[in-house]
Design a protein around this ligand. Structure first.
Ligand SMILES: O=C(O)CCC(=O)C(=O)O
Ligand SMILES: [Fe+2]
Length: 334
């Protein structure tokens, strides 16, 4: 599918949705990804899982490749055997150690989601038509949380703690109009671990974050700082498959525990105006749409995949610079 920067008919974001976002720091827009894009993602990940499971079986890490099982059941069997697929399916590099062969899933189907015209129409409604795809991005396929072995409880597999996306980037991002787009590939429900937000918290500034304090060993805002200016309480935000939750970079959010018997699958992406800092300069962003200079938009998924391969090559076996600004030792974390 060619992802031309053509505008689809009406914007998926109504003025009322825009007003809701401005007032509360978040809004859900349903029906952004069509079934053919979603189906292509499912096929792409089923093929990736097939390769992964066969490799792990051949290496003696799995007792079976579970080739007869459908995708979801197959994934759950793999995790139940203690084999972690999360980095193999993610679309970013890790923050800890990067090697020359660290896996990353940069496929055509994923690129077609990142540059999907209807998704970009929605993004345009919030940040304007000069759009950079920010490299802070993940694909999270979360199994029922109790299936996840203790030594694999990272943010790609289990619920994450309260944070603001501005807080998990470097300070250069503070003036950047970074927009988070959290896309549901499966229906996201309270039971399977959808996100929660504090409505209006984007107006109360950046809260302190404590490294390692969250349920996934992630950064977390201490509980006394969670809440809106007017004492607003968190609310859960279910999203139907193909829809997205849009969030301001200062909106406080967390995910719920997946207590269902099935996976919860999402893409979390970020977009921003071209020319502003990304908050993660070691990783590659790209122009997803430009109405002023359409020729600068990236159209070839292989070029995008190569940008990540080049970043990995550059960062491999080096001491990585921090990905955020917080210290465990700060007084608020005591
Ligand atoms: O999907 C999750 O559980 C967390 C996502 C998140 O924090 C984000 O999209 O910014
Ligand atoms: Fe987040």
């Amino acid at each position: 599918m060619a992802n031309e920067s053509a505008t689809t008919s009406a914007s998926p974001v109504t003025p009322a949705m825009k007003q809701h976002f401005d007032a509360w720091g978040y809004v859900v827009v349903e029906g952004l990804l069509d079934e053919s894009t979603l189906g292509a993602i499912e096929d792409d990940y089923a093929a990736a899982l097939d390769t992964f499971a066969e490799d792990q079986f051949a290496a003696g890490q799995l007792s079976s490749s579970y080739a007869h099982l459908p995708f979801r059941q197959r994934l759950m069997k793999v995790i139940a055997e203690g084999v972690n697929w999360s980095q193999h399916f993610d679309i970013s590099l890790p923050h800890s150690v990067i090697r020359h062969d660290t896996p990353i899933h940069t496929s055509e189907a994923v690129f077609n989601v990142l540059t999907h015209p209807r998704l970009l129409d929605a993004v345009e409604a919030f940040i304007g038509p000069e759009i950079l795809c920010n490299p802070i991005q993940h694909v999270r396929i979360k199994p029922p949380e109790d299936l996840v072995p203790l030594n694999q409880r990272g943010g790609l597999l289990v619920r994450v703690g309260w944070h603001q996306d501005q807080g998990v980037a470097l300070p250069e991002v503070d003036q950047t109009d970074m927009l988070t787009v959290w896309l549901a590939i499966t229906d996201a429900t309270v039971e399977n671990g959808c996100l929660c937000v504090v409505p209006g918290s984007h107006r109360a500034g950046l809260s302190p974050h404590c490294p390692g304090a969250g349920p996934a060993g992630d950064l977390q805002i201490p509980s006394r700082f969670v809440g809106g200016r007017d004492g607003a309480q968190p609310i859960a935000v279910p999203v139907r498959r193909g829809g997205a939750l849009f969030m301001h970079r200062l909106t406080q959010h967390a995910s719920l525990k997946n207590v269902s018997s099935d996976i919860r699958w999402s893409f979390d992406l970020r977009y921003q105006p071209i020319g502003q800092p990304t908050g993660r300069p070691a990783f590659p962003g790209f122009v997803a749409r430009s109405r002023a200079h359409p020729e600068t938009a990236l159209r070839d998924w292989r070029t995008w995949a190569q940008l990540w391969a080049d970043a990995r090559e550059h960062l491999a076996e080096r001491e990585l610079t921090p990905f955020h600004r917080w210290s465990k030792d700060s007084k608020v974390c005591a």
